[in-house]
Design a protein around this ligand. Sequence first.
Ligand code: FPP
Ligand code: MG
Length: 333
Amino acid sequence: MSWIREGDLSILERFCASVIKAGPMPKHIAFIMDGNRRYAKKNKVKKLEGHSQGFAKLAQTLQWCLSLGIQEVTVYAFSIENFKRSQDEVDGLMELARQKFTHLLEEKDNLKKHGVCVRILGDLTLLPQDIQELVARVELTTRHYNTCFLNICIAYTSRQEISNAVKELAWGVEEGLLQPSDVSEPLIDKCLYSSKSPHPDILIRTSGEVRLSDFLLWQTSHACLVFQSVLWPEYSFWNLWDAILQYQMNYKALQKARDVYMEEREWQQLEADKAYVTEKLKQKGLAPHGDPHKRRTLLQECRAKREERIQGFLQALDCKRMNFLEKLSTVSA
Ligand code: FPP
Ligand code: MG
């Protein structure tokens, strides 16, 4: 079963796709692919067959997303909590991942042709070593492709991702690359596993469960949350179409919430910068509200220096991550 499928939509699907494309379209959709085991039970097949069918549905959904012009998809394939499932099921899911990532590497010409960049988000060290190696190779092979993006969350929880980001920031301060006052919401965002992606516009969870289960908690504060009762292996083009329609019906409110947040964030940064300048002037024995020219110069200086530190830190972080992936990818070489 190929990851990248080529196939056209039916005439009716194509017609409805063109109708929906007349409205604002999401750029990024995240999926909690839930309900594989209930599907297996309902169809009297083994649990693992449910997960295999789940994978097949993922490949098909990616194709629909591409047909609809959605460039980025993020999926919850395996949470850190899922390690607590029976050994049999965990082993089965790991074997499925092993097979699918091996196949993905075999398909690398196809990935290149379609410009698919695949990123793996999660604490890779929790995975069996051969899978760590496979996913590192997948990520390194496709990292320069930029037509569309598939982010696979595996050994992932949002809390672990946020804790990891905080550790990266602490490392930056320890290394003297950052000052504690440089830490801000946008910088935390840049330290998340998802740092290279825009936040999802829609988060879809299937199977009727109405919780986020520690998935993309930071990234979905302004996303349209869509809970659908269909079991993941039974997901259809029409379910996706309906989710996009819900996004479009709520688009104005979502956009407004984002704008208000961005404005608030700019104000917060300005206030922090002003406080910094006032403190600097005090340290120099100058009146905090004295010469406006001096204040402006200090403000510009403070911003430029911070930007320089942040860029240096982000480069060092990128280098650290690349080295980590390169080391993983050559474990058995
Ligand atoms: C949730 O359904 C699904 C999972 C925990 C696994 C999802 C994995 C796939 C769809 C395969 C993807 C594979 C790769 C390699 C990306 P559930 O097991 O919680 O089912 P239930 O809610 O009915 O119990
Ligand atoms: Mg479930």
